[in-house]
Design a protein around this ligand. Structure first.
Ligand SMILES: Nc1ncnc2c1ncn2[C@@H]1O[C@H](COP(=O)(O)OP(=O)(O)OP(=O)(O)O)[C@@H](O)[C@H]1O
Ligand SMILES: [Mg+2]
Length: 428
C-alpha cells in the first residue's frame, strides 16, 4: 500500500548521523531496501522497507540489466513510498564479484620514531595498490594486527617506537566487472552509491552484538544460492569466504525427494522444514499440494520425518563443506579462535539449525536476526534481512562499521559521497 505522502527530491541525504539513511541488499532471491533514521541510544527507527524478487540478478550479479534496473527501481519505490521520501544515496550489500579475503603483510621503515596514523594509512594504501594492480577491486581494508621490530602483535601500534612496522592487512577483494555492472545498474536508477559492503560483512554488522564481534564470532549466512562466512575477531573483520550451496539446493532436494514441484517444495520447506527429529514428528503428516492456476489439489501426504531426513542431509553437507573450507584457512582461525557461531540468512529459519550447527562445530550457536532497530521491525524478523540492516550501519558515523573497515579518513568504501569518485579510481 502506498502512503500518499508527497515525495520530494533532496529530502534524503543518505548518510551522516542525524540524517536519514538508505541501504540495499542485492541478494540472489530478493532485493531489500531499508530507509531508517538514527534514534536514541544508537538504535535505528525504520521509516520504510521494500522487498522484491531479484529479477535480472543471479547470485547477486547483474545478468539482465533492464530487468535488474526495474527490480531495483521497484524496491526503492516501495521503501520510498512507505517512508514518504526519495532516496538519493545508498550503501549496498553485495555478493557480486565473489568477495574474498587476501592477507598481506606490509612493512614500513620507522627509523626509530613512533608509529603515527600516517604510517598505518600508508601501509593500507600499499596493500590496496598491490591488490588493485593484480586486477581486483578492493572492497574493504582492515588492519588486523601490527608488530614493531618483530615484537608481540598488537591491535593498535600507534605510539610504539622502533625501526620497522609490519602491518597485517586483511583485504576483501572482488572481481571488477560484476561490481561495475552493479554500479551501472544503480546509476541508471538515479541513486548514488556511498559504499559497497561485502554481503557477509553487512550481515554480521546487522545481527551480531559488539561483544560477539570483539570476542570472536563466526557468522554463517545461508542464503539462496550460497553460504557466506564472515569471521570477526577483536572487533574487526578477519576473514570472508563462501561456498556455493544454499537454500535453493535444499528446495531442489525436497522437490526431487518428494516428487513434487519446486514451488510446492519451497512452500513446505519453509513451513515445515527441520534438521532435527522431534518425537512428535512421527505423527505429523504433510499434505502435498499441486499448485496451479486453478484450485489447489492435494496430491498426497508425506510424514514430516521424511522431509526432515532430506533437509538434514543437505544441511549437513553444507556444514561439512563449510568445515572443510574453514580448515583451509585454519591459520587465521587458530590465531583468532571464534567463541561463538551465529547463523543468519533465510535458510537459518529451518527448525533446529542452531542445535545441529552447535553439535557439528562445537561452538555455542544462535540464530542471528536483524538487531538494533527501535521501531518498524519485529524481533522475530527474517534473518535474511540482516545484511540490509548491516549495510545501514556503514552509512553511519560512529557506528563502528567505518573504523572496522579502516575506511573513514583513509579513503574507501565507507567514504562520504564526495570522495566516492576518488575511491572508485583507487579501488578499481
Ligand atoms: N522459513 C524458512 N525456512 C527455511 N528456508 C527459508 C525460509 N524462508 C526463506 N528460506 C530460504 O532462504 C533462502 C533465501 O535466503 P536469503 O533471503 O537470505 O537469500 P538472498 O539474500 O536473496 O540470497 P543470497 O544471500 O544467497 O544472495 C531461500 O533458499 C529460501 O528458500
Ligand atoms: Mg543474502
Amino acid at each position: 500500500m502506498s502512503l500518499a505522502l508527497p515525495l520530494g527530491r533532496g529530502q534524503v541525504i543518505g548518510g551522516r548521523s542525524g540524517t536519514i539513511l538508505a541501504a540495499l541488499d542485492l541478494g540472489t532471491n530478493k532485493l531489500a531496501c531499508f530507509i531508517a533514521q538514527p534514534g536514541p541510544g544508537g538504535g535505528l527507527v525504520l521509516l520504510g522497507r521494500g522487498l522484491q524478487s531479484a529479477d535480472g540478478l543471479r547470485g547477486g550479479e547483474i545478468v539482465d540489466l533492464e530487468a535488474a534496473e526495474a527490480a531495483v527501481r521497484a524496491v526503492l519505490q516501495e521503501a520510498e513510498e512507505q517512508a514518504g521520501i526519495v532516496v538519493e544515496t545508498v550503501v549496498a550489500a553485495i555478493g557480486a564479484g565473489h568477495p574474498r579475503s587476501i592477507l598481506l603483510e606490509v612493512e614500513r621503515p620507522l627509523g626509530g620514531r613512533s608509529v603515527a596514523e600516517s604510517d598505518i594509512e600508508a601501509a593500507l594504501a600499499r596493500a590496496r595498490e598491490e591488490v588493485v594492480a593484480s586486477g581486483s577491486a578492493v572492497l574493504h581494508l582492515v588492519p588486523l594486527e601490527a608488530r614493531v621490530d618483530g615484537g608481540r602483535p598488537v591491535l593498535d601500534p600507534r605510539g610504539l617506537a622502533g625501526r620497522q612496522l609490519a602491518l597485517l592487512v586483511h583485504v576483501v577483494a572482488a572481481e571488477r566487472e560484476p561490481l561495475q555492472a552493479v554500479l551501472r545498474c544503480l546509476e541508471r536508477c538515479h541513486v548514488a552509491v556511498r559504499g559497497l559492503v561485502a554481503a557477509p560483512y553487512a550481515a554480521g554488522m546487522g545481527c551480531l552484538t559488539e561483544d560477539e564481534r570483539e570476542r570472536g564470532c563466526l557468522l554463517v549466512d545461508i542464503g539462496a544460492d550460497a553460504t557466506r562466512i564472515a569471521h570477526f575477531a577483536g572487533g574487526r573483520l578477519a576473514h570472508v569466504d563462501r561456498i556455493e550451496l544454499g537454500g535453493e539446493r535444499i528446495t531442489h532436494d525436497v522437490a526431487w525427494g518428494l516428487s513434487t514441484t519446486r514451488r510446492e517444495a519451497e512452500r513446505i520447506k519453509n513451513l515445515y522444514g527441520a534438521v532435527v527429529w522431534r518425537a512428535c514428528d512421527d505423527h505429523v503428516r504433510i499434505a502435498l499440494r499441486q499448485v496451479g492456476d486453478g484450485p489447489d489439489l492435494t496430491t498426497g501426504e508425506v510424514p514430516r520425518t521424511r522431509l526432515t531426513t532430506i533437509v538434514r542431509a543437505r544441511v549437513l553437507e553444507i556444514f561439512d563443506a563449510l568445515a572443510a573450507r574453514l580448515r583451509e584457512h585454519g591459520e587465521i582461525l587458530r590465531a583468532r579462535p571464534p567463541r561463538a557461531l551465529v547463523l543468519t540468512g533465510g535458510a537459518a529459519q529451518l527448525e533446529g539449525m542452531d542445535e545441529l550447527a552447535q553439535e557439528r562445530f562445537g561452538l555455542p550457536t544462535r540464530i542471528g536476526r536483524p538487531r538494533g532497530v527501535l521501531s518498524g521491525l519485529r524481533s522475530d524478523e527474517d534473518p535474511g534481512l540482516s545484511a540490509v540492516l548491516g549495510a545501514l550501519a556503514f552509512g553511519r558515523e560512529g557506528s563502528g562499521a567505518v573504523s572496522l573497515s579502516a575506511l573513514e579518513g583513509r579513503r574507501g568504501v565507507g567514504d562520504r559521497l564526495g570522495r566516492f569518485r576518488a575511491w572508485f579510481r583507487e579501488n578499481f
